[in-house]
Design a protein. Structure first.
Ligand SMILES: Cc1cc2nc3c(=O)[nH]c(=O)nc-3n(C[C@H](O)[C@H](O)[C@H](O)COP(=O)(O)OP(=O)(O)OC[C@H]3O[C@@H](n4cnc5c(N)ncnc54)[C@H](O)[C@@H]3O)c2cc1C
Length: 360
């Protein structure tokens, strides 16, 4: 009997596995593919990321430093409002390498990692959970005290135990141009229904173009038009889903969700790497596999940590759908130096933001 089965070795699953294994619990992580692949993420994160990896990982992961963003209400070449800090706002990192680094940390802490193993079903009993896993040697069942569904936006764990889905799943697409670019500004284009298109300079790794929008929109056709506007041909195209939540509940008697599976994402950017790992830390701090009632404390802790930010993030996102004139007026009002933290919209009301506004 395991103490904890973790389903999925993305950032949330590996961070969680590391924490529980370090606390002396018997942990196995089942990952359906190879850790880190296929890529479907920009790896654009706040500098808080460096608190989650060892110092020597920085050299492998770091691609570019970003100090600001140009917001356009039109497409490529249109006028933009500039928002910036006089220091790094965020970093662009190698997302595949991030996942590998985090998984290695989990293994070093004592977790067992099984790649090429897909969790196909699970059944909860009063005192344990049975997890069915398909691997290279066939299909096996495993008994565990708890299961953590860290299996991404289309979570099979979530469906198997009947937990609610996040309110919305956006469809994101990315493509790359190999021309090196170490500019310090990203471009954001509010030209896509209910979300945006972006251009991210990734240093020697080239430039990434992407967009996300509501399902039903022709994402690929919009992406083609967007990159044509920039006059580039991209390759290594990839796509993925972005959950916008969170759902009302992410725990059952012995199962809990973390990361994209739980809608631990910023509604105004879709970013979920840091929210997922923060929620994983909340679980490590509160959940005892020998006492499943502690899952209630996890539900409370992650909401205390993230719910206000997510709520405010919904309001920021609502502005993407304002009429263009209103968007322009709003941006003109706030344009310039900013004091906000990119993961914490509540800092819109911080002393730093006030100081930045008054210093203009
Ligand atoms: C186009 C796009 C761009 C993005 N850009 C950013 C960004 O710049 N910054 C940011 O912070 N976030 C970004 N995100 C979001 C980010 O990718 C996710 O929030 C993050 O990956 C969530 O981590 P996770 O560990 O919860 O899930 P995932 O990273 O999705 O990991 C889930 C893992 O579970 C595995 N799995 C799934 N089902 C099973 C199963 N049944 N059995 C075993 N294993 C399974 C998968 O193979 C996967 O490895 C982006 C997303 C998209 C789609």
């Amino acid at each position: 009997m395991y103490d904890l089965v973790v389903v999925g070795a993305g950032p949330a699953g590996s961070r969680l596995a590391r924490g529980f294994a370090a606390a002396g619990h018997d942990v196995v992580v089942f990952e359906q593919g190879d850790v880190g692949t296929p890529l479907a993420c920009s790896g654009h994160v706040s500098t808080d990321i460096w608190e989650f990896v060892p110092d020597d990982a920085r050299e492998r992961l770091f691609q570019n430093e970003i100090t600001g963003a140009r917001f356009h209400t039109g497409g490529p070449g249109s006028a933009a409002s500039h928002f910036y800090k006089n220091e790094a706002v965020s970093n662009v990192i190698d997302r595949v390498e991030l996942d590998r680094t985090l998984a290695a940390l989990a293994v070093d802490a004592g977790a067992e990692l099984r790649e090429g193993h897909t969790v196909v079903d699970l059944t909860e009993f009063r005192d344990h959970v049975v997890v069915t896993v398909r691997g290279p040697d066939g299909t096996r069942t495993h008994r565990t005290r708890l299961v953590a569904g860290c299996d991404g936006p289309n979570s099979r764990v979530r469906t198997a135990v009947g937990l609610p889905e996040p309110g919305e799943l956006l469809h994101g697409v990315l493509g790359f141009d190999d021309e090196p670019d170490d500019e310090a500004f990203v471009d954001v284009h509010l030209t896509v229904p209910r979300f945006f298109a972006w251009r991210i300079p990734r240093g020697d790794a080239g430039v990434e173009y992407g967009l996300a929008t509501t399902p039903g929109e022709d994402v690929n056709e919009r992406f083609e038009r967007f990159t044509r506007g920039y006059g580039v041909e991209t390759d290594r195209r990839c796509s993925g889903l972005i959950p916008i939540g969170p759902p009302e509940r992410v725990t059952t008697g012995r199962v809990f969700l973390v990361g994209d599976a739980a809608g631990h994402n910023k509604p105004f950017t879709g970013g979920g790497i840091l929210y997922g790992m923060t929620a994983a830390d909340c679980a490590v701090a509160t959940v005892d596999p020998a006492d499943p009632s502690t899952l209630d404390a996890y539900e409370e802790r992650w909401r205390a940590e993230l719910a206000a930010e997510i709520q405010l993030g919904h309001l920021v996102r609502a502005a993407y759908s304002f009429p263009e004139g209103l968007q322009r007026a709003g941006m003109a009002l706030f344009e310039g130096e900013i004091g906000v933290h990119m993961d914490r919209p509540t800092t819109l009301f911080s002393r730093e933001q006030l100081r930045a506004l008054l210093s203009r």
